[in-house]
Design a protein around this ligand. Structure first.
Ligand code: SF4
Ligand code: SF4
Length: 429
């Protein structure tokens, strides 16, 4: 794609980066077919190609930007399916980040939108606050019809069954292995995950301890910063990133770490990108690059160590057939698609895949709260295809997808919970 930035514009490193990305796009349109929002609306402006065009316009000629541009760029899930499809290697992830940053300064958001984003940014990244918010929303549900429509839609997205708050991550703690130690890793306990599904961290620690891995959880690393980063709450995101980086640096210096392990793929994609995010940061740039290079999804660590030694014999009636939902942040963001399925198969499960596994379920961080109509349409499609597999349960590697898709008649659990079950832990079903 041709670009026409002025020399003055190109003095801004963000514009230079965007220029390089834009020039790679040959406008072939291969990405449109795999873009979930284009699949739903059929509107070019809801496709990656259309959004790339609009982002070039807004970056080159900021004066011409309209609310319409904001509307269609806001509808992008950030699922990165377009990056998997693109034959030219267009780095859409970083382009949309730059585009959204500029857009936020050019097109003021409505008061309701700003209030909603602020509420999300000051609650979800803090597990205790988010847990309290879940209770408040449950108590407030009978009054929802009297609330503004955005608030009503947000409450409808929050679960009515509330688990107890996950204690993992509340304080700094090490969990020792049950056999001779082979590795020592730091686990990111996460924020929303602790409030929504306390069993995931417990399963992760049990499985790693069985394999001989010591796990340390630092309470300061309470959130990866992804949620705030994606909704434009830059200051809040920077604080979370800084706290996590310094806590892990302290751990590396004092007791040593072999890896940073993440079991929520949305967070993993973010931590693996810290090096890029902070590339120009004099103080934290090197540390961020080091942390990103040490970060692995839980499935990568398990595949490296091998899980055969801890798997128990199948029960008399066998392990159930499960369907695997490939979270976008794992398959597109981190290019991990087959690994979790191979692990589940080595654990003894029969694993199926829904059709169109590349399509997003509509969760995408807080997208399901900010764009409830599109998110609902994608959820319905995904549940339909998952049910078509005939499986009795679903495995997924990201808390967002788990919360978005979980149903009484089709439970969705984390992949690690199934591996924990097959290696002597409790049934997640
Ligand atoms: S597939 Fe890649 S090169 Fe083709 S239009 Fe999409 S982003 Fe551009
Ligand atoms: S990130 Fe996802 S929703 Fe956004 S343009 Fe790419 S494929 Fe479409």
């Amino acid at each position: 794609m041709q670009t026409h930035f002025t020399t003055e514009q190109l003095a801004d490193p963000k514009i230079r980066e965007a220029d390089e990305i834009l020039r790679k796009c040959v406008h072939c349109g291969f990405c449109t077919a795999t873009c979930p929002t284009f699949v739903i609306t059929g509107d070019e402006r809801d496709s990656p190609r259309g959004r790339i065009w609009m982002m070039r316009e807004l970056l080159e000629s900021p004066d011409s930007v309209s609310a319409d541009t904001g509307y269609h760029i806001d509808r992008c899930l950030g699922c990165l399916s377009c990056m998997t499809t693109c034959p030219s290697g267009v780095d859409y992830a970083h382009l949309v980040e730059i585009g959204r940053g500029k857009l936020d300064k050019l097109v003021p958001r409505s008061l309701a939108d700003r209030v909603m984003r602020k509420i999300l940014a000051i609650t979800i990244p803090y597990a205790t606050r988010f847990h309290a918010l879940l209770w408040l929303s449950k108590l407030g549900r009978p009054f929802a019809p009297m609330m503004p429509s955005r608030m009503r839609a947000a409450i409808a997205k929050l679960p009515t069954r509330i688990a107890s708050l996950d204690p993992v991550g509340a304080t700094t703690k090490s969990f020792s292995p049950t056999k001779p130690k082979i590795k020592r890793v730091a686990l990111l306990a996460g924020c929303a995950q602790r409030a929504l599904h306390p069993g995931i961290n417990a399963s992760t620690i049990r499985v790693l301890n069985r394999l001989g891995v010591e796990v340390v959880v630092r309470s300061e690393a309470h959130c990866c910063g992804a949620l705030a980063h994606h909704i434009g709450e830059t200051k809040a995101a920077e604080n979370s990133v800084r706290q996590a980086l310094l806590a892990w640096q302290d751990e590396i210096k004092n007791r040593g770490l072999d890896a940073i392990v993440v079991n929520a793929s949305g967070c993993g994609t973010m931590v693996k990108d810290y090096g890029h995010m902070l590339a120009g940061d004099f103080e934290l740039g090197h540390l961020a690059a080091e942390i990103s290079s040490m970060t692995v999804d839980i499935s990568q660590l398990l595949a490296e160590i091998g899980i055969d030694s801890i798997i128990k014999p199948a029960p008399d009636n066998g392990w159930p057939e499960i369907s695997y939902h490939s979270a976008c942040s794992l398959q597109h963001g981190q290019k991990i698609h087959d690994l979790p399925q191979q692990l589940l198969r080595s654990a003894g499960f029969t694993v199926t895949q829904p059709v169109n596994p590349h399509l997003c379920c509509g969760s995408a961080g807080v997208y399901n709260i900010l764009q409830p109509d599109m998110a609902d349409a994608l959820r319905t499609r995904k549940l339909f295809t998952l049910r078509q597999t005939g499986a009795i349960a679903v495995a997924a590697g990201n808390i967002g997808c788990i919360s978005q898709l979980d149903e009484d008649t089709l439970p969705v659990r984390h992949t690690i919970q199934f591996i924990d079950w097959a290696s002597g832990g409790p049934s997640p079903l």
